[in-house]
Design a protein around this ligand. Structure first.
Ligand code: ADE
Length: 244
């Protein structure tokens, strides 16, 4: 899968894309990155990419022409990718979107800066995406968040294909608690069932604890769960542990 990134700050991407899972995916030829500096597409000698807003007001607005020219270059080489603008006004990014993007051959992420991008960009992109209800200094960190989440869904990237399916949000449940050695740390013990070797008991414990965690930390997610009969029993048992 190709990720093309249009940005005024290409250096932000270099280190995060050269570490860990993404680096391994790149080395295996499963992902590739084109990091394009929008400034290279500015028309004037000053390489201007922003300007004052029409109608007045504070701050600067990113100009559309340099972005559009960068898009034209991308299309002349690869054909039209899926264009995604990172903006706090976009649709909330979630696991389902990460899985959907993971099936694309080529996605082009456009990173806005300043007070935003000239609104006419909206007519040029396929989707606008936000990574949460807070305002960051630009779309670069959101683009990295998206690349990380999407890459994990590309077959072969994690090596162990089971890891993706087991993770939180495949179902609307948080992950069950995990432990590793030592068995006792500062008087805190690893739950005995995990040392028992009884795989069925371990499965049941993990399912119940995943439900418990979700009820406590993200009760909104439980409403989206299609509970099995066993899940229903676990939910009742957990609720009964709480005093009225
Ligand atoms: N640019 C600035 N803030 C953002 C956010 N929360 N999501 C996506 N892009 C952004």
């Amino acid at each position: 899968m190709i990720f093309t990134i249009l940005t005024l700050f290409p250096d932000i991407f270099h280190s995060p894309l050269q570490e860990s899972i993404i680096k391994k995916a790149f080395d295996k030829g499963l992902v590739n990155f084109n990091i394009i500096n929008i400034r290279d597409f500015a028309a004037d000698v000053h390489k201007t990419c922003d300007d004052r807003p029409y109608g007045g007001g504070p701050g600067m607005v990113m100009k559309i022409e340099p972005i559009y020219r960068a898009m034209e270059l991308v299309e002349s080489i690869y054909g039209r990718p899926r264009y995604v603008l990172l903006t706090p006004q976009g649709r909330p990014f979630d696991q389902a979107t990460a899985e959907r993007y993971g099936k694309l051959a080529h996605i082009c992420l456009i990173c806005g800066r300043y007070e935003g991008v000239d609104e006419r960009i909206v007519g040029c992109v396929d989707e606008e995406v936000s990574i949460g209800d807070y305002v960051l200094s630009g779309g670069e960190i959101p683009a990295l968040v998206l690349i990380d989440a999407v890459s994990r869904n590309i077959p072969g990237v994690l090596g162990n294909e089971g890891s993706v399916a087991d993770e939180s949000f495949k179902e609307p449940l948080l992950e069950y608690p995990q432990y590793t050695r030592p068995e006792v740390f500062m008087d805190m013990e690893v739950p005995a069932v995990l040392l028992s070797g009884n795989h069925e008991e371990i499965r049941k414990w993990r399912r119940k604890e995943a439900i418990r965690k979700t009820l406590l930390k993200r009760p909104d997610l439980i409403d989206k769960l299609a509970p099995t009969e066993e899940d229903g029993k676990f939910i009742r048992e957990i609720m009964e542990e709480f005093p009225e």
